[in-house]
Design a protein around this ligand. Structure first.
Ligand code: K2U
Ligand code: ZN
Length: 191
């Protein structure tokens, strides 16, 4: 069990389409275990492979004890809609309101490579949608309005230098600093 470094916004891997998993090997099982360890250490409720520098189509979630390994997940049904604030372990201290389906049904393989279907609602549904987006190079900031996205990216630009090599070292129990009060508007690059 080890914590992996988390890639942060600006690393091109976060904008990369992942590759479907063909076989659950011993090495993949170790990656899954390390992803859960990293997610818990970062106090997250989800984590996708690109966030730890890997291109497998794989994510893990644990929402209030509902713990799933999602290999090659596909959302097959979406119902309703709900708006809520989101953050991302790869975009520390940046938050924004995102509208997503209230309930989703997904088909995926579990950690043993066994197919399963899951219907989830509320925070688990949101988390699953957030992670599935990661597997297709999409980030929550992509859903923000132009102005809110610019503000969010400006916020990120101000603290990007805290992550040399666009790497966030995960220290168990580390608490991210409070959101900074001011928002200044300067040009922010596309990421
Ligand atoms: O993929 C990630 O970056 C982990 C995300 C997952 C997530 C984002 C928004 C809404 C639900 C899940 C989070 O940063 S994990 C942090 C967190 C913790 C508790 C509640 C919401 C988000
Ligand atoms: Zn995220």
């Amino acid at each position: 069990m080890k914590t992996l470094d988390i890639r942060v916004l600006g690393d091109p891997i976060l904008r990369t389409e992942t590759t479907p998993v063909a076989e659950v090997t011993g090495e993949l099982r170790q990656l899954i275990d390390d992803m859960f360890t990293t997610m818990y250490a970062a106090e997250g409720i989800g984590l996708a492979a690109p966030q730890v520098g890997r291109t497998e189509r794989l994510a893990v979630v644990d929402v209030e004890g509902a713990k799933y390994t999602l290999i090659n997940p596909v959302i097959v049904e979406r119902e309703g809609s709900a708006r809520a604030e989101e953050g991302c372990l790869s975009i520390p201290e940046v938050f924004g309101e995102v509208e997503r389906a209230h309930r989703v049904t997904i088909r995926a393989l579990d950690g043993d490579g066994k197919p399963f279907e899951l219907t989830a609602a509320d925070l688990l549904a949101r988390c699953i949608q957030h992670e599935v987006d990661h597997l297709h190079g999409k980030l929550f900031v992509d859903y923000l309005s132009i102005l809110k996205r610019r503000s969010a990216l400006n916020q990120w630009e101000k603290q990007k230098s805290n992550y040399p090599g666009l790497i966030r070292k995960v220290v168990p129990g580390e608490h991210p600093k409070k959101r900074s009060a001011e928002h200044t508007t300067t040009a922010a690059g596309e990421v």
